[in-house]
Design a protein around this ligand. Structure first.
Ligand code: GSH
Length: 243
């Protein structure tokens, strides 16, 4: 069983690993912010975030721990290389993109959504699900308050810091790829999966989660500034080839 948030890029990371390994599973998608209380209860206070996965009777929090456990339980096809040097590089890059790309991608994504009131109502209503989705303005106000309090979404200066952080992530991605197609060796690994999934809210490639069709105008402007970068096109290609 996977507990997830549909638009969350950390949930997308785990869904991609599960789909890649063709692991049959059920999914629960409780509306945020109720997921925090559910996560606390399921992990006895250890985790407040989704995704969570129940595997062999154990509830595992954190996408990295979930993929490590999946790799043990369902080794084929592998996502973590067997070669020790490649393994170390793949896991280090997984951590790097988790930490360097995850927070600014989420922050900027929500910043641009909250600056587009109609889109905010639509996104929040979809996330809330029935019957709350009938009250778009209440769902929108609640979502805006939650992301403001929890992730500091609101100020333009903070959004600019996230843009700067994301440009540094693309610099690093371009350098790590160095013109190649995979980040580690010749095979698709957890490093590729993590970089592509955690950057999906910024690149919005076909095949990535889309709960509403429209991309906010502020995000389109940022995409236009990044579009010709090798890493940006690589995220699109990685979705096309492996998702
Ligand atoms: N390090 C965690 C991060 C997961 C995470 O931040 N999940 C977000 C959704 S994008 C969440 O549940 N946030 C709730 C909160 O922090 O209040 C992982 O890799 O699973």
């Amino acid at each position: 069983m996977l507990w997830q948030i549909s638009i969350s890029h950390y949930s997308e990371k785990v869904r991609w690993a599960l789909d890649h390994k063709r692991v049959p599973h059920a999914r629960r998608t409780p509306p945020p912010p109720s997921h925090m209380a559910i996560a606390y209860a399921l992990t006895r206070g250890e985790h407040a975030t989704f995704p969570l996965m129940r595997l062999d009777g154990r509830v595992i929090g954190d996408s990295t721990a979930i993929i490590a456990a999946l790799e043990q339980r369902h080794p084929d096809p592998p996502l973590i290389p067997a070669d020790p040097v490649q393994r170390e590089r793949a896991l280090a890059l997984e951590d790097l993109f988790d930490e360097a790309a995850g927070p600014p991608a989420r922050h900027l994504g929500w910043h641009e959504i909250t600056h587009d009131p109609d889109l905010l109502e639509e996104v929040a209503a979809r996330l809330a699900g029935p019957p709350l989705d009938r009250f778009g303005s209440i769902a929108g106000a609640t979502a805006k308050a939650f992301v403001g309090l929890r992730f500091g979404v609101g100020a333009d200066e903070a959004a600019q810091e996230s843009r700067n952080a994301l440009v540094r992530v693309f610099d690093r991605l371009d350098a790590e790829l160095d013109g190649l197609e995979q980040l580690v060796g010749d095979a698709f690994t957890v490093a590729d999966l993590t970089a592509a999934s955690l950057l999906y809210p910024i690149v919005t490639p076909p095949g990535a989660p889309r709960i509403v069709e429209r991309v906010p105008a502020g995000l389109v402007r940022f995409q236009d500034a990044l579009r010709d970068r090798p890493g940006f096109r690589w995220v699109e290609r990685t979705y096309e080839r492996f998702r």
